[in-house]
Design a protein around this ligand. Sequence first.
Ligand code: DQA
Length: 149
Amino acid sequence: MTKILVINGPNLNNLGRRDPGQYGSMTLPEIETAISNRAEKLGVEVAFFQSNHEGAIVDYLQESSASADGIVINPAALTGVGYSLGDALRDAGLPLIEVHLSNIHAREEFRRHSVVAPIAVGQVAGLGWRGYLYALEHMSHHLQEGGAA
Ligand code: DQA
């Protein structure tokens, strides 16, 4: 079965408590449940990982990408500065979609730059927790169509 890694970066373990005006009131486990439900409908397998540490995400990608087909990732504050994360994503060689709950393009300048965007199939930003579902759905179609990284 097609397998998609859903990865969340620093501070996203605090969703629900963290600046709900920007990030909404859903917790990460609640969002992951919604993603699992959508995955079941789409007939794809998902694996979740969250860390506050860039190196832990790099380790996870090195361990998990060989057995996966695609990646949906919210790199959070690593988006603009996570060069080792960007390299690990590039090395994974899998199609990836970048997700942000908030519209990073309507916020502070430093949030706009992304080391992930140039290697992504696309970016979803500003659509809240449903952005993960849209990204998952698109990745599922992309892979069905034989989509490359
Ligand atoms: C975020 C946006 C980032 O700028 C921020 O550092 C986050 C969350 C988002 O989902 O909107 O932690 O990636």
